[in-house]
Write a protein that binds this ligand. Structure first.
Ligand code: FES
Ligand code: FE2
Length: 360
């Protein structure tokens, strides 16, 4: 079935996105082209690239990317690819360099992306033009201390694309004080959209997340629909604890969970200032890497932050099991699509956005 035929099948009222969307390589190829190559993607907190030479790397739409602070204090982003013969330039996820060096033939680059030296062209430097030797740049922007990149040079600004998210974040005063505490990558045997589907409904919470349901007042659980994000909000129960640690009197008294189109999750948990970020990278139509990063206001986590890490980790493991089981069903021919429950409206909204993006 062609992509157009598939898209026509989804009328988005009662039934979910058809299951071939979760198992078809052509769909992922189109998503890379029409979604991931055009949208902003979170890469890190500005405190991770505060000093000249500090860098972060990531992947989006199958492209390796590097973000680096120049000697002139400017933050730049490039394809993390050597102009000589394509080798990935910087293999580390984060670090600090005086100069960027390719490990293949030793070309070196200044932090602004211009060639420094090309040893194998030593006496023939004149034969190289700037086009052949500069790193290819892409867009990078920082709002609310959060750094995002975009492959599309014509894309709207980060503020325009996600203004409602940043506006909501102004309720928290700790964003510029956050420091990276830890990060982790997990290989998930499911399509990236299965992970987002799971995040965008909480019908499964009482069944799959007993600790979550006992911490939060599930009657207060709400979904707030914004233009470029969906926010889930829950108040803590008056007697709630994080492990053995009391939550009364902490800076953040709620759970606030943001989904950002298309593949990002920002979770703020009760406690002192914190954000746990998830960015999904599709490896193929059946496999996704979840990149998790935990940020706290203090580098040494307080007792309730340590409990917070365990809490968030447990939720993730519970969700991963569910989405991997869902993927088994997506690959089955038993059913062509699923049914939305009366409360799964955020899920429906996500599916509509997928359809709209792929139809354009
Ligand atoms: S591929 Fe990088 S120096 Fe040759
Ligand atoms: Fe969940």
């Amino acid at each position: 079935m062609s992509l157009q035929e598939l898209l026509a099948q989804y009328t988005n009222e009662t039934y979910t996105l058809p299951y071939p969307f979760y198992r078809d390589a052509v769909v992922l190829q189109e998503e890379r082209l029409k979604i991931f190559s055009k949208e902003w993607q979170f890469v890190g907190h500005v405190n991770q690239v505060k000093n000249p030479g500090e860098f972060l790397t990531c992947e989006m739409a199958g492209e390796p990317i590097i973000v680096v602070r120049g000697d002139d204090d400017q933050l730049r982003a490039f394809y993390n690819v050597c102009p000589h013969r394509a080798t990935q330039l910087e293999p580390q996820e984060q670090g600090r360099r005086k100069i960027l060096q390719c490990s293949y033939h030793g070309w070196t680059f200044k932090l602004d992306g211009r060639l420094h030296q090309a040893p194998n062209f030593k006496d023939h430097m004149d034969s190289l033009c700037e086009e052949d030797t500069c790193l290819r740049s892409i867009q990078v922007e920082t709002v609310a201390s959060l750094v995002f990149v975009n492959l599309d040079n014509k894309a709207q600004s980060l503020q325009e694309a996600h203004g409602d998210f940043f506006e909501d974040l102004t309720r928290f005063s700790f964003l510029d004080r956050l420091k990276k505490h830890s990060s982790e990558k997990r290989l998930i045997k499911a399509n990236w959209k299965a992970y987002i589907d799971n995040y965008l409904e909480c019908d499964h919470c009482p069944i799959a997340h007993p600790a979550f349901a006992s911490t939060f007042d599930m009657k207060s659980y709400t979904f707030v629909d914004k233009q470029s994000c969906i926010i889930q909000q829950a108040d803590i129960k008056p007697t709630a604890k994080m492990g053995d640690v009391e939550l009364q009197g902490v800076e953040v008294k709620e759970g606030r969970y943001y989904w950002l189109w298309p593949n990002m999750i920002f979770s703020i948990s009760p406690g002192s200032g914190n954000i746990a970020v998830t960015v999904l990278t599709a490896v193929d139509e059946n496999t996704t890497i979840a990149n998790y990063t935990n940020y706290f206001v203090d580098q040494e986590p307080s007792p309730e932050q340590t409990e917070n890490i365990k809490f968030v980790n447990q939720l993730r493991l519970e969700d991963i099991k569910l989405v991997e089981k869902a993927q088994i069903g997506f690959r089955s021919s038993a059913f062509p699509y699923g049914r939305y429950s009366p409360t799964e409206h955020a899920l429906r909204r996500f599916h509509q956005m997928i359809k709209r993006a792929l139809t354009e």
